[in-house]
Design a protein around this ligand. Structure first.
Ligand SMILES: [Zn+2]
Length: 310
């Protein structure tokens, strides 16, 4: 049994997970805005979770930002959890773990890939690409069974692939990154603009959600459909480029936007195929993640299992 921990902006979740990927026992607590309450909430939760249970063999932690995997030091983490920067996550939870229990940590997109590799859509793959489609776009790349981390731990930041050199400024400091065109935030800001401009559309709320835009498009709203088609072209273009660079067995999509289902997948599959068939001569499967919450505690547990194997 291993321990999977998912540190999110509002909640911290943890689960005891079997080697077969079954969640045996789980718990969650508010993340807390202050460093002291964060440590206290987390440790109390982990202590309660492990009570009357056999000792865990390893612990995995998923956290946003850039994490040094084996030392578990948080290198970069902007936002609410900024106070974790420079801290070693294994030190924070060390007191409530069995003596000598190894700890490993990585960002949420890579633990999602670890989870899919262990129990989900990538279980029979050696080479796969994953994109997490949410507020922003995250990514992970697996090559020959290893999740790519790169020299400085940045590898896999697919959301920051430049898709238009003169495009809008991105939070990363670059211009025209994929997530400035395709992400929940990008789609929502396009939708808010068309509503503001008074176009005839089913989008009536002044600030439509990404889900509203997909729903309107599915209901035949031309303006919403155009927003989705335009944004998706950038996503497909980026995936096509990745296929030429990495030649993976499959592409796995996860994250809140994939709830749009066939509407999204059909657009992406068709466009990617048109762009890549002449050179690749095969249609690379573009599939949805199989784990219910891949970037959560299950992915973190899968990462912990890789420690056990080493
Ligand atoms: Zn960027």
């Amino acid at each position: 049994m291993v321990l999977g921990i998912d540190i999110g902006g509002t909640r911290v979740k943890a689960a005891l997970v079997s080697e077969a990927g079954e969640t045996i026992h789980s718990a969650q607590a508010p993340t807390g805005s202050q460093p002291e309450s964060f440590v206290q909430n987390l440790n109390n939760m982990l202590r309660d979770l492990q009570q009357n249970q056999p000792p865990v063999a390893a612990a995995g932690i998923g956290c946003k930002g850039i994490i040094d995997v084996h030392s578990t030091k948080v290198l970069t983490l902007p936002g609410a959890l900024h106070h974790l920067e420079g801290q070693q996550l294994s030190m924070i939870i060390g007191a409530v773990l069995p003596l000598g229990c190894p700890v490993i940590a990585d960002n949420d997109a890579r633990i999602a890939m670890a989870g899919e590799k262990q129990w989900g859509a990538a279980r029979d793959c050696k080479d796969a690409v994953m994109l997490t489609l949410g507020t922003g776009i995250g990514g992970a790349v697996m090559i020959n069974g290893h999740i790519l981390r790169g020299t400085g731990g940045i590898a896999g930041h697919i959301g920051h692939l430049t898709v238009d050199p003169e495009g809008p400024e991105c939070i990363c400091g670059n211009r025209g990154c994929l997530e400035t065109f395709f992400s929940a935030l990008a789609i929502e800001s396009e939708a808010a603009t068309v509503v503001h401009r008074g176009l005839i559309t089913q989008l009536s709320n002044p600030n439509p959600s990404c889900q509203d835009v997909f729903t309107a498009a599915r209901n035949g709203d031309r303006v919403a459909l155009e927003i989705i088609q335009r944004a998706t072209k950038y996503l497909s273009g980026a995936i096509a480029g990745l296929l030429f660079v990495l030649d993976p067995e499959k592409v796995i999509l996860t994250g809140q936007i994939t709830a749009a289902g066939d509407m999204l997948f059909d657009l992406v599959r068709n466009d990617v195929q048109q762009r890549t068939l002449p050179l690749l001569r095969r249609a690379v499967p573009i599939v949805k993640s199989e784990l219910a919450d891949p970037s959560g505690t299950l992915g973190a547990a899968a990462l912990a299992l890789t420690l056990k194997e080493q």
